[in-house]
Structure formats: structure tokens, C-alpha cells
Design a protein around this ligand. Structure first.
Ligand SMILES: NC(=O)c1ccc[n+]([C@@H]2O[C@H](COP(=O)([O-])OP(=O)(O)OC[C@H]3O[C@@H](n4cnc5c(N)ncnc54)[C@H](O)[C@@H]3O)[C@@H](O)[C@H]2O)c1
Ligand SMILES: [Zn+2]
Length: 345
């Protein structure tokens, strides 16, 4: 088991290992007491809710549960308000705790409920997807969607504890696992040549504890240096500018991690020095390395993203494995940069 400290304004720990779900109760008992509400989704509930419930009960907690439908649709005002009303109905107080048992959808929703109920109560992340383990459960960004776009309402609210049980990945559908690998490879390209070499060699059979641990440490370090997303945290957007456009143009039919992989490869081809190595790695994981949308549509899609500033945009350029740069480019150049990075093979 690994314990990874996250030194945010309010520090917390990530516990990472096999079979940790059964120690949820004893781990939480070290930092909290009273009532807990486990929030999960309808796919995860039949798999893991009973174990989480039992563990918390045995540690002396009063436990309530709530399962939202699986999928992005639950990151909405409707389920946000439902959960708040449920907490009020069960009379949870500021000394009680929410548990997010699920992927990024459950984590983001539960985190935002925790950030706002009674002006903020504590919550624990128990991520059950690879993406949630390496990305969304660490860093304290919480959000729900509006009709007008994704993640438009949210708050920065760090969890009190993150419990990553790698055994939970055994039930994850292969496509979801690969989507998480998109973010894992992104992390390696940003910060870690050794991790990249391990992924290249082992492909989908990588050492989960080692790889997830590396990603959490890297994300934790960046996030603590820039907790409120004003500078270096933007590096984590590698592949995301073009990736968001791909997701948007596909009506969210192309999963996020797949779109990030393609977005990263497109910029590597047009602006980087090691495009071949980068493309080969994503490709070995069965992830896309280009897009069939036109450069014009992709540029327009990217510009509708909330990260543009005036007539410039910050791109994260994958210069080499282990070295990426933030580069300001004029909006008018984006289409030709994308054009140069699309492979027509
Ligand atoms: N807060 C952040 O910093 C941050 C970062 C990245 C992504 N996100 C958000 O995360 C969300 C995506 O997260 P996700 O990819 O985890 O999606 P998700 O939560 O929708 O989970 C994917 C699917 O896998 C199922 N599932 C989850 N765990 C399972 C398991 N162990 N076994 C079987 N099935 C399981 C879910 O029910 C769902 O159908 C998006 O809303 C995105 O905006 C947030
Ligand atoms: Zn992402």
C-alpha cells in the first residue's frame, strides 16, 4: 500500500493499494465520526456499495446511501438539488461526511454537493475508474454541467481523503480503462520519461500501483503549486484544447480520454520533436492518434472552449517526452497548426 501526501492548503492523503475498500470505515474513523452519506451510481452500486456500507457500519458510522443514474447526465442541477435535499432530510451536519464511490461523474457531483451544503462539509473520494484514480479524484476541482456547457458551475473543494483500491478496476469495461490510459500517457509525456518507458514496454499490462501512484504524485505536485489554476496547472490540459473540440463535434460520442489522445498527437505532429514516439505509445493502447473532423471545425470547436483569453490562446505543446511548454498563439493560427498535425493516412 502507498500513502501519498497531497500538500494543498488543507492537506490530505491518498491511500493506494489492493483491497482497500474494506478498510474505508477504519480509515475514515481516523479523521471523522458521525453520519456518512455514500453517493454512487447505478452501475457501481451492485458491485461495491454493500462492501463500502459494511465497512463503515462496522467502524461505527450511521450510513445513508444514494445512487444516481450512471453517466454524465447525473452531473446536473437536478441530481445536485436532489442530493442536497436528501442531506437536509437526513439532518447531516458540518461534522458529517460524504463519500463519492464511483468515477469522475460521481466524484465531481459529490464534491460540489460537499462544497456547498452548509457552506462546505468534508468528503472522501473512493474512485472506481482509472480516470478518476489518476485524475479527477485528486486536486479538488468539483463541478456540474449546465445546458450551456460542461463544468460551468463548480467550486474548488479538496477531499479529506482519497482511497484508491486498484482491485475495483477489474470490473471496469475495457473502453473505460483505455480512456483512463489516455490521461496516464498524457501525464507521462508531461513529466516522466521513466513512466513513459514503462508504459511503452508493458502496454495495457502495466503495473497498476506503480503507474497510478506516479500519476497521483505528479498531479498532486502541480495542483499544490497552483491550487486555483492560474499558471502551471494549465499543463495538465495537454491534448485537451483539440480534445475538447473532438468531444464536442462527436456530440460526446468519442470518450474524453480518446479525444485527449488524438488532441495530443495532433499537436505533437505539428509542433513537437518526438511525434513518432508519442503516437506509437497512444496507438499501442488502442487510442486514436488523429481526427477525421476538418481542421476548420476543430479550430472553431477549440475556440468555443472557456480557456481562451482575448485574441490569444494557450496551447500545451508536447515538445518531447518529459518536456512540454505553455505557448501563447494567436487565435488566427490555430487552424493551420491543427491542419499540420492531422494525419491523412
Ligand atoms: N474534477 C476533475 O479534476 C476532473 C478531471 C477529469 C475528468 N473529470 C470529470 O470526470 C468525468 C468522467 O469520469 P469517468 O471517466 O470516471 O466517467 P464515469 O464516472 O461516467 O464512469 C464511467 C462508466 O464506468 C462505470 N463504472 C465506474 N466504475 C466502475 C467499475 N469499477 N466497474 C464497472 N463500471 C464502472 C460508470 O458507471 C460509468 O458508466 C467527466 O464528467 C469529467 O468532466 C473531472
Ligand atoms: Zn482530461
Amino acid at each position: 500500500m502507498q500513502t501519498i501526501p497531497i500538500r494543498a492548503t488543507r492537506p490530505y492523503e491518498v491511500k493506494l493499494g489492493k483491497g482497500l475498500l474494506d478498510s474505508l470505515g477504519t480509515e475514515l474513523a481516523r479523521i471523522g465520526k458521525g453520519k456518512v452519506m455514500i453517493v454512487t451510481d447505478e452501475n457501481v452500486a451492485p458491485l461495491y456499495l454493500a462492501r463500502a456500507y459494511r465497512s463503515l457500519k462496522e467502524a461505527g458510522f450511521t450510513v445513508y446511501t444514494s445512487a444516481v443514474p450512471a453517466g454524465e447526465g447525473s452531473k446536473s442541477m437536478k441530481y445536485y438539488v436532489n442530493l442536497l435535499e436528501l442531506l437536509a432530510n437526513k439532518e447531516l451536519t458540518r461534522s458529517d461526511t460524504l463519500i463519492a464511490l464511483g468515477g469522475g461523474v460521481v466524484g465531481d457531483l459529490t464534491g460540489f454537493v460537499a462544497a456547498s451544503y452548509l457552506r462546505g462539509i468534508s468528503y472522501v473520494q473512493v474512485p472506481t475508474t482509472l480516470l478518476a484514480m489518476v485524475d479527477s479524484s485528486v486536486g479538488g476541482k468539483t463541478a456540474i454541467n449546465l445546458q450551456g456547457g460542461k463544468n460551468l458551475v463548480g467550486a474548488f473543494h479538496q477531499p479529506s481523503l482519497v482511497l484508491c483500491d486498484t482491485e475495483l478496476l477489474n470490473s471496469l469495461p475495457p473502453e473505460e480503462f483505455r480512456a483512463g490510459c489516455g490521461e496516464v500517457i498524457k501525464t507521462a509525456i508531461l513529466f516522466d520519461k521513466e513512466l513513459f518507458a514503462h508504459l511503452r514496454e508493458k502496454r495495457l499490462n502495466f503495473d497498476q500501483e506503480y503507474v497510478i501512484g506516479c500519476c497521483i504524485r505528479r498531479k498532486g505536485a502541480v495542483v499544490c503549486d497552483d491550487e486555483f489554476d492560474r499558471g502551471q496547472r494549465q499543463l495538465l490540459n495537454l491534448g485537451h484544447t483539440v480534445g475538447h473540440a473532438i468531444e464536442f463535434l462527436s456530440d460526446y460520442g468519442i470518450p474524453h480520454g480518446y479525444a485527449v489522445a488524438a488532441g495530443c498527437c495532433i499537436l505533437a505532429r505539428s509542433l513537437g520533436r518526438q511525434a513518432d514516439r508519442i503516437i506509437e505509445c497512444f496507438s499501442a493502447f488502442g487510442l486514436p492518434t488523429t481526427s477525421f473532423f476538418s481542421p476548420k471545425a476543430l479550430a472553431a470547436g477549440a475556440l468555443s472552449d472557456k480557456k481562451r483569453k482575448g485574441d490569444h490562446l494557450t496551447l500545451v505543446v508536447p515538445v518531447e517526452v518529459g518536456h512540454c511548454e505553455l505557448r501563447q498563439i494567436p487565435l488566427t493560427e490555430l487552424e493551420s497548426i491543427i491542419e499540420a498535425g492531422i494525419s491523412h493516412e
